[in-house]
Design a protein around this ligand. Sequence first.
Ligand SMILES: Cc1ncc(C[n+]2csc(CCOP(=O)(O)OP(=O)(O)O)c2C)c(N)n1
Ligand SMILES: [Mg+2]
Length: 343
Amino acid sequence: MSNQNALGKDRLIWIYTQMARIREFEERVKRTFLEHPGAMRGHTHLADGAEASIVGALATRNATDLAMPTYRCHAQPIVLGTSPRKMMAELYGRKDGLCKGFGGSMHLADPEHHFPGTSAIVGQSIAHAAGAALTAQVKNTGQIVYCFFGDGASKQGAFFETLNMAAVWKLPIVFILENNEYQAYTHVRLEDANAQASDPLSQKAAAFSIPGITVDGTDPLQVYDAVAEAAERARAGLGPSLIESKFYRFSAHGNAITVPPVPTQFPEHEAIGVYGNKAEFRTAKERDPIPRFRAQLLRQNIVTEGELLRIEDSARAEMDDAVHFALASPHPDPEEATNYVYA
Ligand SMILES: Cc1ncc(C[n+]2csc(CCOP(=O)(O)OP(=O)(O)O)c2C)c(N)n1
Ligand SMILES: [Mg+2]
């Protein structure tokens, strides 16, 4: 774990705290699907396994910079300061939700916290990020955009068209390609899936003459270093960079009660369909970013076991409270069903 930018103790603890908060939020969503099927409607996609990558990237952010994730979008707003209570209520489709219960997991938005919104369309964040970055450039706001998208999305036309224009216009964007090894049910490995003609995926940057680098996305400090450099470039008006961050998606592609459970070798995940093979899952779990970073902080005497336990207790209490808040909130009135519909 290198950290050329030598983050101080407070910042390292902040990183661990955000990672723990994300994992606790996602665990509660997962549990809801397992224990109370039907309580959450629509699809949800979890970010367990991605915590180091997301927090390491957003730790480089200035206060007004924007983050634009995919439909796998619970983690980024948690880091930006969005209320987990409102997010959880939104996932439960309740009136006090972030979007009044109308959006659900895949359509979160919180402009007040620099989170313009998401959609279910693979690749949408790439083009939307370019629009937001163009606004920042034209209005000279000094903001940069952290654009997250998947390995699957990096095969889309939107990726190639947007990276071309972003490079030509020197837009202030950091493109963070989240290589979680899967594109829904297709593995990224060339020989298995025959679906991805590029390895590493970061070499796609060369087509646009922008920097491209691959990092270990299970190490928040490696991600931090790479993204800090890319963010500096973007702030200096030198344009976008592409960071491929590699980690493993621990949960199934998505949870939905409308989708029948996928056969799985992991009984604890039966209802949410983890479909990888056992050996692959176990190997990835050994590199789980949260226990690894925890052990690192202890080894380097940055925190004590007691401090870590307090952080973890507080994350658990915060997310339990978010569930209680959500369940206490009413469903929207049926008469409101066509409100906020513009097309
Ligand atoms: C334009 C479009 N095509 C297909 C889909 C169906 N779909 C949803 S997620 C997904 C895979 C995306 O994989 P990746 O980009 O690697 O992101 P990840 O889910 O792994 O984070 C697909 C094909 C969609 N939602 N939108
Ligand atoms: Mg993927």
